[in-house]
Design a protein around this ligand. Sequence first.
Ligand code: F6R
Ligand code: MG
Ligand code: MG
Length: 366
Amino acid sequence: MRTTLSVIKADIGSIGGHIKPGERLMSCVRGYIEEKSAGLVRDFRTSSTGDDIAILMSHARGTGDPEIHKLAWDAFKAGTELAKDTGLYGAGQDLLKDSFSGNVKGLGPAVAEMEFDERPNEPFLFFAADKTDPGAYNLPLYLAFADPMCCSGLILSPKMAKGFRYDVMDVAYTKGDRVASLDAPERIYDLAALLRDNERFVVERIFARSSGEIAASVSTSRLHNIAGKYTGKDDPVMLVRVQGEFPATGEVLAPFAKGHFVAGFMRGSHVGPLMPVTQNEAISYFDGPPVVSCAAYCVHEGKLTEAADAFDHPFWDHVRDNVSRKAIEIREQGFSGPAMLGYSELEYGGIVEKLKEIDALFKVRT
Ligand code: F6R
Ligand code: MG
Ligand code: MG
């Protein structure tokens, strides 16, 4: 059976700053989809990660379907009305355009989608991250799909022996989708050369080379490319199929134990360690740390099981303690050097204006 998974997420308002949408807003979005999705969507789940709301939908309409995208857009619009009426902060923050034009791409919300023939049992993972950008998934995806030090299936499972193909997007290019396909393992050095630059090159999709089947899909939107100014970070979502010809669930989760440093954190302008958290967790210290949640599901004939919250396990308490330590450590050096992002990645234009002013103070000594 042919199934499409679409996850569309947006920040449409939050309680007490940019930290959490709150139960009333969540039930408004959930209620809207419940009411309007009949005949369109086979099943859906809503969840939050930090200040973002994600709508995960299973349907039979293929990727980029205008009706599915419109459903999510309208649900976020309805939520934005409630956010405005109840005075939530940043109401409608990620809805950057006034009207819907067939696809939420380029309008503000992040979207990750994949279409496939359901296996007899079809386990997959849904990731959502807040206070960071799509490049945050680069390292975990490299390790999970190309590095046998992390993914033992690459050496132990004949089904995975052919490796994976990565589609990598140049997200600095704004005139269209500029994408390169690289086969792992043959081109892992080239892949690493690209993926080291999380702000420029982002894994968009991964395919199993044994079958050509889609394995992973990441949202690649860059809000500041759409709006031309600071509007928040591009808090990314990702779908990953697991088991069988794909890495096992635990092989995809394992790289997140590093709590690697990513772009984002306070004002989308800093560097902080990525903390694996449970679904519906809020944001706190220094508008961070950057967080990632993961819900594991099976989909069967389009119906989703209940979610297994993948980072809700005692193991990850230890990781969270470690990430907290790393977060405090890098915050020790405030604005200095690598604690803050380079100028092109700073999410506030104000500093650029300020620097122009300061520039007048410079005189060349003769
Ligand atoms: C980062 C983020 C927050 C805000 C910060 C200031 O993505 O959402 O760190 O940048 O709280 O918010 P404003 O500019 O709305 O006062
Ligand atoms: Mg926000
Ligand atoms: Mg957010």
